[in-house]
Design a binder for this molecule. Structure first.
Ligand code: FAD
Length: 417
């Protein structure tokens, strides 16, 4: 990619997760001087689980001059809907590529030169003017730049300060997540599931599952792990209870996995045994440390203001059924660099262009996620339980929704398959 006329303009990226890293690489590729400021002191790679990919992720990694090694992917051969009794309700050929969050994060993180990525830096405020933008940090430091990219996630500090009081809306359900290395599963369970993109749909719920490359620290437990995402309705009161730890402390947005109460985990595992096909329940019950994510919708009405842009989850959060959180961040990052380069580095023209292009896709993802998740809900009081045939049909509907959304995203973003 050519370096734009106004080379060595300076960008600050707030948030050093995948969105921030992708932005940093794409801006560096067009000749910008970039620094990433991440509040966490930890290596984020330890925390992710399985993700589904689209071609845009690989394009973004390649444009940064990095290599995404093929052992970092898994490709299930079939989508399979399982009934509670283990019966296969439906199956269809699969063509998705799955990976592990850390396998995307790691090369992006290690691909940045020393000094470009700073941990333990918490943004506390932003000052903007016609000429530039200044980031204020909680340690009292200030950093000036031509552009500030807010990749600071769903609870973006930048968005809260500069873009009005728009907050994510709780979707009414949570995702329980399990990730078990293959050697920790019975041989028969691993053999039954390893090539399967599985679905289970107990009443009002949805489970999806697939194999992913193992996290670095678990490699001695096998090359692959099995990943489960189990969506279960929980009203606000139930969510508060799920997010209350052993000491009675309430965690507002999400609860760190090691703080989940033992009784909450045991109840979830008992439900898995009662509601899910045996191999899927087996993965969940063998999970040493499940984790919980509340599901939100968020669409920012605007994603640029002056010299500040929102990117990734700071801009739009679609329910994970769309399978495109990282893909969307990759497209945002490439779209930002492309707009700046196409406009010769003139941010006054480039940023509105970024806003228009990325807002269309972001809104599409959010709406599609809402449609796909609409059947995840509790039964109305006083209504009767649906017959098995209806539950089977529901599972088939989820399977075809997942097939369609993946194809639609590839078609919209220029990927194959
Ligand atoms: C640890 C982790 C694990 C994930 N695992 C998965 C997964 O398994 N599957 C999946 O589909 N998606 C996962 N996601 C979400 C998915 O990765 C995102 O959709 C995608 O990475 C784009 O998110 P983002 O970078 O825009 O925001 P996020 O990934 O939420 O990152 C925001 C970053 O900003 C930092 N930050 C926030 N506020 C400040 C501040 N004031 N100052 C400085 N830094 C700040 C946060 O510490 C965080 O690192 C994960 C996200 C994280 C952080």
């Amino acid at each position: 990619m050519a370096v734009s006329n106004k080379s060595r303009q300076r960008a600050i990226v707030i948030g050093g997760s995948i969105g921030g890293l992708l932005a940093a690489h794409q801006l560096r590729a067009i000749g910008w001087d970039v620094q990433v400021f991440e509040r966490s002191t930890d290596d984020l790679a330890d925390r992710g689980a399985g993700i589904s990919t689209h071609q845009a992720i690989f394009d973004a990694v390649a444009r940064a001059g990095l290599v995404f090694d093929t052992s970092s992917r898994t490709v299930p051969s079939a989508y399979v809907c399982y009934a509670r009794d283990g019966r296969v309700i439906e199956q269809a050929p699969a063509w998705r590529t799955m990976t592990n969050w850390s396998r995307v994060y790691r090369p992006l993180r290690e691909g940045l030169p020393a000094g470009c990525y700073l941990n333990n830096r918490v943004l506390s405020g932003v000052e903007t003017s016609e000429q530039g933008v200044t980031a204020l940090f909680s340690d009292g430091s200030r950093v000036d730049a031509d552009l500030l990219v807010a990749a600071d996630g769903i609870r973006s500090t930048v968005r809260a300060q500069l873009f009005g009081g728009f907050a994510p809306a709780y979707a009414g359900y949570v995702a329980w997540r399990a990730l078990v290395p293959e050697f920790e599963l019975p041989t028969a369970t691993w053999a039954a599931l390893k090539d399967v993109y599985g679905f289970g749909a107990p009443e009002g719920e949805l489970l999806i599952s697939y194999a992913v490359p193992t996290r670095e620290e678990d490699k001695h437990k096998g090359a692959h792990s099995y990943n489960i995402v189990w969506y279960r309705p929980a009203d606000e009161t139930e969510l508060r209870d799920l997010c209350t730890d052993e000491q009675g402390r309430r965690h507002e947005i999400s609860i760190p996995p090691h703080r989940l109460r033992r009784d909450v985990i045991e109840a979830m595992k008992a439900d898995a045994r009662a509601l899910l096909a045996q191999p899927l329940a087996e993965v969940i019950t063998r999970t040493a440390q499940p984790f919980l994510q509340a599901i939100y919708d968020f669409a920012a009405p605007r994603i640029t203001k002056g010299r500040v842009v929102l990117l990734g989850d700071a801009a739009f959060v679609a329910r994970p059924h769309v399978g495109a959180g990282v893909t969307k961040a990759a497209l945002d990052a490439m779209g930002l660099a492309d707009a700046i380069e196409a406009e010769g580095g003139d941010l006054k023209v480039a940023l509105p262009r970024y806003n228009d292009e990325r807002t269309r896709f972001g809104n599409w993802c959010v709406e599609r996620g809402q449609q796909m998740g609409a059947r995840i809900r509790k039964r109305q009081p006083g209504t009767v339980a649906p017959p098995q045939a209806e539950l089977d049909q529901n599972c088939q509907l989820f399977l075809s929704d997942y097939l369609r959304v993946a194809r639609d995203i590839e078609a919209m973003t220029g990927g194959g398959g």
